[in-house]
Design a protein around this ligand. Structure first.
Ligand code: NDP
Length: 398
């Protein structure tokens, strides 16, 4: 059906490569490219299929990207490098005439700021070029938006309250580690809290709002309101929302480590001079922390991520909870990575499949909830992220 170029060979790239390689009838030829080619080669060796090859690329460099894209000629580029590379990869896609998909919105290197404005500014250029850009197609952002679109389409006439709940009840046995790129993760969870209420953003101190929430098959976990990027597009695409929030669970140990890291300046993103060499504290920290793609081996337990929604159907108030639980052990057995990488990589593969099958193909730049959720929801069940629904239950988030 089509050729795919995957950029990035970390935890998420590993899962995407595994999943696309399992579907040769859809992804006829695969090129896995990243800054460090040896990582691509190691992943390709583990997968062991003939239609997957590897390449080296610096995704900060547009001409280098264009040369690679032109030489391989993919139908779509799956960007699972870092958010810093989103714009250079989008520029290269436009120049080489290829469609685009990512799992995290662009962030400038020198400012921890999660906003779609930079990528939404590409709308007209993608439209004029007849190319599709699918933004935020991991789990959250990604499946969280698709769940919301599915709920709005099938379960409600109007959605009023949306609470995205993200629980990782896994145990990797390390004193401190992050489940995806440490730099991006720490930038995300140490920022101020922010949620949408009655037409405006409400700001909080980091982790100021918290309460225990009950997760299926897991039980009660302390959950914290943090800002998460999909809220920005969801409140625009669902203007009936009176409130939209994002909750994430954190263990006490994790929060204590995080506070120490911040207090001693290791979360800093401004370069400092160390013995004549410029280093960025958070990048140095990343180098000494456990690598997310290597956490999988002894990781036990599950993640549970879903949407709790309240709204109106046929004039009656209704509640709805749609979620997936993903086992770290099962993810590791299948792809050699933990559940966070798995829950991100599978939706990225499905998004690219939707594009190649013509189901999610329209010129322009779109967030996932702007496409038809139905075929995507079918594929989630087929490719390893089954979902479950509960209706008219206590959502605990009033
Ligand atoms: P990793 O740090 O494990 O992997 C990132 C990969 O990108 C590495 O292989 C790295 O290369 C490569 N890379 C970095 N910079 C460049 C560059 N300039 N040129 C080429 N390659 C580069 O991250 P993850 O796999 O954990 O995360 C990947 C993406 O997924 C991130 O954007 C993250 O924010 C997103 N994500 C989204 C989630 C969602 O649910 N939507 C959840 C989790 C993650 P090297 O090995 O040389 O460093």
């Amino acid at each position: 059906m089509g050729k795919v170029l995957i950029i990035g060979a970390g935890g998420v790239g590993t899962v995407v490569a595994h999943k696309v390689a399992e579907l040769p009838e859809v992804f006829t030829e695969i090129l896995l490219a990243s800054r460090t080619k040896s990582k691509c080669d190691a992943i390709a060796a583990r997968i062991g299929v003939d239609h997957l090859s590897t390449a080296q690329v610096n995704a900060d460099n547009v001409p280098e990207l264009v040369t690679l894209i032109r030489s391989f000629g993919p139908d779509i580029v799956i960007n699972v490098a870092l958010p810093y590379q989103d714009l250079t990869i989008m520029d290269a896609c436009l120049e080489a005439g290829v469609s685009y998909l990512d799992t995290a919105n662009y962030e400038p290197l020198d400012e921890a700021k999660f906003e779609y404005k930079w990528q939404w500014a590409y709308r007209k250029r993608f439209e004029d070029a007849g190319l599709t850009a699918i933004l935020g197609c991991g789990f959250d952002p990604g499946v969280s938006g698709i769940y919301t679109a599915y709920a709005a389409k099938h379960h409600f006439d109007e959605i009023h309250y949306l609470d995205i709940v993200d629980c990782n009840a896994g145990n990797h046995g390390k004193a401190f580690a992050t489940n995806f790129n440490p730099e991006i993760n720490i930038r995300e969870v140490t920022q101020k809290g922010k949620y949408w209420e009655n037409g405006q953003w409400i700001y909080t101190e980091p982790h100021e709002i918290h309460r225990p929430l009950t997760y299926p098959r897991i039980g009660e976990k302390e959950s914290y309101v943090i800002y998460h990027e999909e809220l920005e597009s969801l409140v625009l695409n669902y203007p009936t929302l009176k409130r939209a929030r994002f909750w994430m669970t954190f263990g006490q140990e994790y929060l204590t480590h995080l506070r120490v890291i911040q207090n001693i300046g290791m979360a800093g993103i401004v370069p400092i001079n160390y013995e004549g060499k410029e280093i960025v504290p958070i990048q140095f920290l990343k180098a000494v922390l456990p690598k997310p793609e290597e956490l999988g081996e002894n990781y036990t337990g599950e993640t549970s991520i879903g949407c709790r929604i309240k709204g109106i159907k046929d004039g009656v108030e209704k509640t709805y909870y749609v979620y997936n639980n993903c086992s770290h052990e099962a993810a590791f057995a299948e792809t050699g990575t933990q559940a966070i990488s798995f829950t991100t990589g599978v939706p990225a593969m499905i998004g690219a499949k939707m594009f190649l099958e013509g189901k999610w193909k329209k010129p322009g730049v779109y967030n996932v909830e702007e496409f038809d959720p139905d075929p995507f929801m079918v594929d989630l069940n087929i490719y390893g992220l089954p979902w479950y629904e509960l209706t008219n239950i206590d959502l605990e988030v009033d």
